[in-house]
Design a protein around this ligand. Structure first.
Ligand code: SF4
Ligand code: SF4
Length: 237
């Protein structure tokens, strides 16, 4: 016999979609691979939580919402995401506990989670790609929760690069970092650091890929994201 606490809940997807956090995948913690559970446990105790929710953005909507929010900070996307999730739980899931594992400084296997969700396929320029969104999608949050949402089935979409005949991304990279074996990070980094580099605040290879082009981020968001990665490159390389 079940009581009300056993009843499934509805993920407030419409609220998240409206905010541009329009990709959600729900995992049962108990069904995650043991290695993944152990790496999560190293960040936060899993006891008391039942599910892991992976939240992403696809396309332009999130950036529009971030701008409309008026948040002015070093990382307005993260700050907007954290605020939106807090508001979502407060308004729609007031009786549930949750904990954000990402965004944070903890190492989280985002692409591994993306693969479990069926979102992630590797592209030559090392950004995940799928047939719907192209490369214009990103992981925005990983949430532990004691919720009872229906567990998501993996999205089954083919790997776009498998059927790509022209591989425009490879030719578009001015550093020759793509193709002919694994991605050559050192070439990309060295090229991006040059003062007159065409890739200081963008990735020409990513722009050249025709998949999901209608979801392409605005120039402003691209510049914002690649400025952050350039700062990291200049600090660590
Ligand atoms: S241009 Fe072709 S090979 Fe390159 S990322 Fe796009 S689909 Fe993949
Ligand atoms: S950022 Fe520029 S150099 Fe690096 S992979 Fe993209 S196109 Fe190549």
């Amino acid at each position: 016999m079940s009581d009300f606490t056993d009843l499934p809940q509805a993920l407030p997807a419409a609220v998240l979609n409206e905010a541009g956090l329009n990709r959600q995948a729900v995992f049962a913690l108990a069904e995650l691979p043991a290695e993944m559970r152990a790496s999560l446990e190293a960040i936060a105790p899993l006891a008391g939580y039942r599910q892991l929710i992976l939240i992403g953005q696809g396309g332009r909507r999130l950036w529009e919402c971030v701008k409309a929010s008026g948040i002015r900070s070093a990382d307005p996307i993260d700050d907007f995401t954290v605020r939106t999730i807090a508001q979502c739980f407060a308004a729609h899931l007031p009786d549930n506990r949750y904990q954000l594992l990402y965004p944070s400084h903890h190492p989280i296997g985002l692409q591994q989670l993306g693969s479990l969700a069926g979102w992630h396929h590797a592209s030559p320029f090392m950004v995940g790609i799928d047939a719907e969104w192209g490369s214009w999608s990103a992981y925005r949050a990983v949430v532990l929760a004691d919720t009872r949402f229906p567990v998501s089935s993996p999205v089954h979409r083919s790997h776009p690069c498998s059927a790509c005949r022209t591989q425009d991304c490879i030719a578009a990279c001015p550093a020759g970092a793509l193709g002919d074996g694994p991605f050559k990070l050192e070439r990309c980094v060295a090229y991006r650091k040059q003062p007159d580099s065409a890739c200081r605040t963008t990735c020409l290879a990513r722009l050249a890929c025709p998949v999901g082009v209608r979801h392409r981020y605005t120039d402003e968001q691209i510049s914002h994201s690649y400025s952050i990665s350039l700062r990291m490159i200049e600090e660590f390389y």
